[in-house]
Design a protein around this ligand. Structure first.
Ligand code: HEM
Length: 401
């Protein structure tokens, strides 16, 4: 540590607590995580209601896609709005139309933000003073512009809630937070305006890009591996039949489909470095001293691409998640797309429900085909906080014709 860091670090630690949930730690994080989970559950998170909402969203998306059957259409961002709607209903009590111009603009902003930096924070994290010297070149101006637009949107939503909130019941997570801010007994100063805005921003960012990118990759892999697509469809035809929509109860009887979903997550590594955390005390990890305050990045990519365990990690082989009887096997320590331990993804249940129900709905309804002579198609994505599929088109053929 330099002399400057020795002086500055304790001050930073004392006065600079990161708000929100993703980058906070200590008591603030504990309280916010507990509060968010508890209240999201009150609005259906992890329950049958949530499944129903996802099914409704997937039905609307499929109907919309059917209008463009048999034509090449862009698919890399097809799931953005549907996926976000379920979370937004629990957070803010409303959903967006699939063609809502304001939301599409916002989602584009998030995509751009996730491309501009990576989880290590990039150049700005190593040399934060650059923002005063070359703010445009180092990306600082762009990040501030993006965040300002996000904040404006969320501030408007919160202001609208403030005008209409009713003290006797909460319509959504924002209402519940506003109630908590106004509680006089057991008053807790960490429930304040800044924290509400940061919590909304964190959930909005964490909840949209990750799932829609994973679904985008899922479609790409089905284009690249038509035999796998066919096997998933046959398994679903056998278990679900052709006369109803796939649901969460079918999952247990669809081990091949589940193995395909897992293999896509393993191979695509959408959040390659998880989320950056900070060691809150001096820690000894297998003989390595990690000083308090060190920023820790967990390379989920290295776990999923570990040659010693997976043997041929580059190969796309859903069967690696099945045993000789065709039953699903999940190697606990070697498959961790949602992280591990106390900081494990807060949205895992919603993410898994969205991922499974949107994917099965797509394959249940469509044959997904490559556009003839498409030379651009690539399983490589764009780098950033999350890996995202590069823009691609597919042709959807209805399976019911
Ligand atoms: C396929 C989709 C998703 C993937 C792959 C994913 C993955 C992850 C990963 C790897 C982490 C870091 C875990 C760690 O630090 O060890 C994380 C954290 C987090 N995720 Fe997700 N996530 C997904 C969807 C969601 C959704 C839908 C939400 C919205 C509710 C969400 C909210 C969060 C939050 C709030 C955290 C921070 C948790 C904490 O630090 O306590 N995620 N996610």
């Amino acid at each position: 540590m330099s002399d400057l860091e020795i002086i500055i670090y304790p001050l930073l630690k004392k006065f600079f607590l990161y708000p929100g949930i993703v980058f906070s730690d200590g008591q603030l994080w504990q309280k916010q995580r507990k509060f968010s989970l508890q209240h999201l559950r009150n609005f259906g998170y992890g329950k049958r209601e949530m499944e129903q909402k996802v099914i409704e969203e997937s039905k609307e998306l499929i109907e919309n896609l059917k209008k463009n059957c048999s034509k090449p259409i862009f698919m890399h961002q097809a799931f953005d709005v549907g996926v976000l709607n379920v979370l937004w209903t629990m957070m803010a009590g409303e959903r967006f139309a699939l063609d809502d111009a304001r939301l599409i603009k916002l989602l584009k902003i998030i995509h751009d933000a996730f491309r501009l930096i990576d989880m290590s924070g990039g150049l700005l994290n190593q040399m934060p003073f650059l923002r005063y010297i070359v703010p445009n070149t180092c990306g600082y101006t762009q990040i501030v512009n993006i965040l300002t637009r996000m904040w404006e949107f969320l501030e408007d939503t919160i202001a609208e809630h403030r005008k209409t909130v009713c003290s006797s019941y909460a319509r959504d997570l924002i209402d519940a937070f506003l109630h908590k801010m106004n509680v006089t007994e057991e008053y807790d100063s960490t429930f304040n305006d800044e924290q509400l805005l940061s919590l909304c921003l964190d959930l909005f960012m964490a909840g949209s890009e990750t799932t829609s990118n994973t679904l985008g990759f899922a479609i790409l892999y089905m284009l690249e591996y038509p035999d796998v697509q066919k096997k998933v469809q046959l398994e679903m035809d056998d278990v679900v039949g052709r006369n109803r929509w796939p649901n969460m109860q079918d999952k247990i009887n669809l081990p091949y489909t589940e193995a395909v979903l897992m293999e896509i997550q393993r191979r695509a590594n959408v959040p390659p470095l998880g989320v950056a955390h900070r060691a809150t005390c001096n820690t000894n990890l297998y003989g390595h001293l990690i000083p308090e305050g060190t920023i820790i990045l967990t390379s989920l990519y290295s776990v999923h691409m570990d040659k010693d365990f997976w043997r041929d990690p580059m190969a796309f082989k859903p069967e690696r998640f099945l045993n000789e009887h065709g039953k699903l096997v999940v190697p606990e320590w070697h498959f961790i797309p949602f992280g591990y331990g106390k900081r494990r993804c807060l949205g895992e249940s919603l993410a898994k429900t969205n991922y499974y129900l949107f994917f099965t709905a797509m394959l249940h309804n469509f044959h997904i085909l490559k556009v003839p002579n498409d030379t651009e198609l690539s399983l490589d994505g764009y780098d950033g906080v999350t890996i995202s599929p590069k823009p691609f088109k597919a042709i959807l053929l209805s399976r019911n014709d």
